[in-house]
Ligand binder design. Structure first.
Ligand code: ADP
Ligand code: ZN
Length: 515
């Protein structure tokens, strides 16, 4: 039997948003918010986060305050709500004084169901918030509150007083950044220790994951396009110049392509976007500036001309294809020259160590010799046991040997080091290295010291990377990049789960020559 609250919920979904059913996790999240409980919602881009606070905003009494760092997107979101007959507004520093005053008045009059506010502008509306009924606070892109990440926004730190000031108002924090440290940090910073956390699956099974060496890229792309007619696709490049060069090359070969980057005027950019959305221009060659807020369902392929600087970016960009659920092909070109260039970009920045660690993980993904989806999902903390059958490695697997014993040794060393050490030290311990760092910490006395001394450093390192890619190990990026055991590692250690490894040196050579 349905309660009236459930009916209301579905009514709202249909009437205001035009949908018949919820996407995965939306309903559970909405129920929690409607029960006025604090919530942390982790969903991949395109997973439908907005509805999780927009619908409760309509169902609950009062005004919902949405804190969002993306000033550029606020207008679009508010326009979309208004078009659906919902009274909404946004407030940020880009607006003229008169407009701001008008919105403050609407807020005071309690005539808004939703108000989007930039975190920097929150102090300007705060005095009104104290005098009106607030239905909920939604903290969008909540990972910006974590000082570990590169998206850190200082203005987000003031949100730590929301709960104190408005103890009766439920908070919903939303993000697509799933790693556990970030999640914990969000709960701590927002002082919502009892928040219920919902994590939607990041799996997009319809995306084919393909990685190829970045040689003769233009030729490879032309071959790729030859089979794809006028399908829509996006090619991501690192620089403005290369987007323009590649677009010109494609056009000269009879493909309709346009370059898109931050150097164009906003008018030019919105023209290009429109052409892409209406299928006038099937191919966009873009820097990563392209795609934020783009919602085109039939993008059939995404190519990364250059290596992305981290897996989060890569995942978000490939995620712009196949939103309709039909098959899409994603192709990543991998070259060491790109790695070197990206390293240079990171050097000397405030978060250099963190960025370099993320880049290294990206590189390891590109070099993976086991199912790519396993690697990708493992990175986001989702551990699948079966290979996907829809990636290049699953299609053409390398030769594997039974690496269970090696895997057990590596996992056991990580465990004996209390998950406190990064890869280098773990390998030193396994190989019985006699160096100062090892002796300083007394690691020569632990049980796995020297347990893999018969394996060369390079092989052992590669095996450990394979365990990372198989989701058996994980890197804790927020500290020294120490290695952590995942639930799969526990199966390897205690349940005799078999692990397959590939003989790297041979395979890498094979990959270089054949793929
Ligand atoms: P996110 O913020 O997680 O990236 P959005 O909130 O922008 O995702 O939603 C992504 C897309 O999914 C939007 O086009 C949105 O209209 C659509 N969407 C959201 N909820 C539903 C639903 N229940 N059924 C169908 N489409 C939905
Ligand atoms: Zn696979």
């Amino acid at each position: 039997m349905e309660t009236s609250a459930q009916l209301d919920k579905f009514d709202l979904l249909k009437t205001f948003f035009g949908y018949d059913k919820f996407l995965p996790n939306q309903e559970e999240i909405i129920n929690n918010v409607l029960a006025q409980k604090d919530t942390i919602a982790i969903m991949p881009t395109g997973g439908g986060k907005s509805l999780c606070f927009q619908l409760p905003a309509l169902a609950l009494e009062g005004t919902a305050i949405v804190i969002s760092p993306l000033i550029a997107l606020m207008k679009d979101q508010v326009d979309a709500l208004k078009a659906n007959g919902i009274s909404a507004a946004f407030f940020n520093s880009s607006q003229p004084y008169d407009k701001q005053q008008q919105i403050l008045k609407e807020l005071q009059d309690e005539s808004l169901k939703l108000l989007y506010v930039a975190p920097e502008s929150l102090p300007q509306v705060n005095f009104i918030l104290k005098s009106i009924k607030i239905s909920l606070f939604a903290v969008d892109e909540a990972h910006c509150i974590s000082s570990w990440g590169h998206d850190f926004r200082p203005a987000y730190t003031q949100l730590n007083s929301l709960k104190k000031q408005f103890s009766q108002v439920p908070i919903i924090a939303l993000t697509a950044t799933a790693d556990r440290p970030t999640r914990v940090d969000i709960a701590t910073q927002l002082t919502i220790p009892d928040a219920k956390t919902f994590i939607a699956s990041f799996d997009r099974p319809n995306l084919y994951l393909d990685v190829r060496p970045g040689q003769n890229r233009n030729k490879q792309i032309l071959n790729f396009l030859a089979k794809r007619g006028t399908q829509s696709g996006i090619i991501y490049c690192l620089s403005k110049k290369s987007t323009e060069k590649l677009a010109a090359t494609l056009n000269s070969k009879g493909h309709k392509a346009q370059a898109y980057h931050a150097g164009l005027t906003s008018e030019e950019r919105s023209n290009i976007q429109d052409n892409f959305l209406n299928d006038q221009t099937p191919i966009i060659v873009a820097t990563i500036a392209f795609g934020m807020g783009i919602d085109k369902s039939n993008v059939r392929w995404v190519i990364h001309y250059n290596l992305p600087k981290n897996i989060e970016g890569y995942y978000q960009e490939i995620g712009r294809s196949g939103r309709d659920g039909l098959n899409a092909h994603t192709l990543l070109f991998y070259s060491l020259a790109d790695v070197i260039m990206l390293r240079k970009f990171a050097e000397g920045t405030e978060t250099e160590t963190y960025q370099l660690a993320k880049l290294e993980r990206m590189q390891q993904y590109a070099e993976a010799l086991s199912c790519r989806r396993k690697a990708l999902l493992g990175y986001f903390g989702e551990h699948i046991t079966e290979d996907c059958g829809n990636c290049d490695i699953c299609k053409t697997p390398p030769k594997y040997f039974d690496g269970t014993l090696i895997a057990q040794k590596i996992c056991s060393a990580v465990a004996r080091l209390q998950e406190q050490e990064a890869l280098g030290m773990v390998l030193d311990v396994l190989r019985g290295a006699q160096n100062a760092q090892v002796f300083d910490k007394g690691y020569q006395n632990i049980k796995t010291f020297g347990a893999a001394k018969d394996i060369s450093w390079r092989d052992l390192q590669q095996y450990a990377i394979q365990l990372l890619n198989q989701g058996v190990l994980q890197i804790y990026f927020h500290e020294n990049g120490r290695l952590l055991l995942t639930p799969l590692a526990k199966k390897v250690l205690f349940e005799e789960k078999k692990v397959r490894l590939a003989n790297i040196i041979q395979e890498v050579e094979k990959v270089k020559t054949e793929r």
